[in-house]
Design a protein around this ligand. Structure first.
Ligand code: LLP
Length: 432
């Protein structure tokens, strides 16, 4: 974000395009996606993790354009529903570079995944192992399988808990022995090709010690599989979760540094266990797309309220809100905002950027100092909205989901068009 956006005459420009032009051409609100920034982050991961496969986590944000960029940049793709798989198919994404995730894939999803020839299915339950084996056998195919395991590590933004978090829906527990049993069953099942273990410990993580503990536990299981089942699994996936800066308080992950640290841990552990190193893969989503997008809103109304103690806060209402960014309401996430359409020398005042939905929790940016003269017609930009904003957007209050507008070399192009009332009404069958 900071590298590709610049202010000239107080107007924010992204990818060489003033956001005032984006809004003139495409309306407000809009997600603005900087193609060069997206591609350079994808490449940074690919290059840093040289020998690894980098699976972009499509749940962060996926559409055919992005899938094509990823294919061109040599990344692989993690999908977790038939919808995401269909986007990959439509984009012509190489299916052997697709991994299919999910704790409750339907029979239909498994059939489609096998028919399309996805490179791997990450299995998550005993029921699924049987189901997938039956599907593969019936279709006369062999499908690559990773076994999702729970390393017993819960990672938060700045901390991790290494002894907890068995009590959740994902994966097979290493501690209980289920993970080893799952590997045994995949190994014995017809139509399944056991590739390795998969672990994902959380999201928006800065402290790499969580990865370290998880990697140690997963590698120990990897070695046990070799001893007890007699198979040397070729691969291992350490998941995603690399944190990005949402405000100036955060320090973004550096792919090169992450890669060095992770390789060191794996090399060290494998030497200690006396096993050869599996081929590693990772699954970043947020760290690639998050910083490549900002949302541009138009201000509609402004209101001042008095806080306890006499201080004041300005409520700046914009033409979007929790329907295009649920993360503040859902996770108490921090974002920043900036006046994007003009220069202002007015004194900065404590402001809260809120949406237009019928809910008091409809907050986009909790606290920001914005010029005191911000008012109707001004544009406000919120950076870092590429991940889990459009992909988690809703039609609450029959809001129309905003478009995603790509910018490249001073030009705009539509990646996802704005929804229309006709789109909304298309599902409303109605009874007369
Ligand atoms: N791999 C697996 C198996 C995952 O479940 C996820 C995210 C990722 C990779 C990518 O994680 P990332 O690198 O993007 O952090 N909606 C939440 C985040 C949920 C993440 C779910 N899984 C948010 O907005 O913060």
């Amino acid at each position: 974000w900071s590298q590709t956006a610049a202010k000239s005459d107080g107007v924010l420009a992204v990818g060489g395009v003033p956001v005032t032009d984006v809004v003139r051409e495409h309306g407000s609100p809009a997600y603005v996606l900087d193609e060069a920034d997206f591609r350079s982050r994808a490449r940074a991961f690919r290059d840093a993790f040289g020998g690894y496969d980098v699976f972009y986590a499509g749940k962060a944000f996926l559409c055919t354009t992005v899938a094509r960029w990823l294919a061109e940049e040599g990344l692989s793709l993690d999908v977790c529903s038939d919808g995401e798989l269909t986007v990959a198919e439509r984009a012509g994404f190489p299916m052997d570079r697709v991994g299919f995730h999910g704790n409750n894939k339907t029979l239909g999803e498994l059939q489609r995944a096998v028919e399309l020839g996805v490179g791997r299915v990450i299995v998550d339950s005993f029921v699924e192992i049987e189901r997938l084996s039956a599907v593969a056998t019936e279709l006369g195919r062999t499908v690559g399988v990773m076994v999702r395991v729970t390393a017993g590590v819960e990672a938060h933004t700045h901390e991790y808990i290494a002894t907890a978090h068995e009590d959740q829906k994902f994966g097979f527990s290493i501690a209980s022995g289920d993970a080893l049993e799952a590997v045994r069953r995949v190994h014995q099942a017809e139509g399944l090709d056991l590739l390795g273990l998969h672990s994902h410990i959380g999201s928006q993580i800065f402290d790499t010690s969580g990865f370290e503990v998880a990697a140690r536990r997963v590698l120990a299981l990897h070695a046990t599989v070799g001893e007890e089942i007699g198979v040397e699994m070729p691969e291992m996936d350490l998941g995603g979760g690399f944190g990005i800066a949402y405000t100036t308080q955060d320090d973004p992950s550096d792919p090169a540094q992450l890669a060095t640290e992770m390789s060191k841990i794996v090399e060290h552990e494998c030497r200690g266990l006396g096993i050869s190193e599996p081929r590693l893969s990772i699954e970043p989503g947020r760290a690639i797309v998050g910083p490549a997008v900002c949302t541009v809103y138009e201000v509609g109304t402004v209101k001042q309220v008095e806080l306890d103690g006499g201080a004041r806060r300005t409520y700046v209402s914009v033409d979007g809100g929790m329907s295009d960014n649920i993360r503040t309401a859902l996770y108490d996430a921090d974002y920043s905002a900036t006046l994007a359409s003009r220069r202002s020398d007015a004194e900065a005042v404590l402001s809260r950027v809120v949406g237009k939905h019928c809910e008091a929790g409809d907050i986009v940016v909790k606290d920001e100092f914005l010029p005191g003269d911000v008012g109707p017609g001004d544009l406000v930009a919120v950076p870092g909205t590429g991940a889990y904003c459009r992909s988690m957007a809703s039609n609450y209050n029959h809001a129309l989901r905003p478009p995603v507008i790509g910018v490249r070399d001073g030009k705009t192009f539509t990646v996802l068009r704005r929804e229309t009332v006709a789109d909304l009404l298309a599902t409303d069958v109605g009874v007369s």
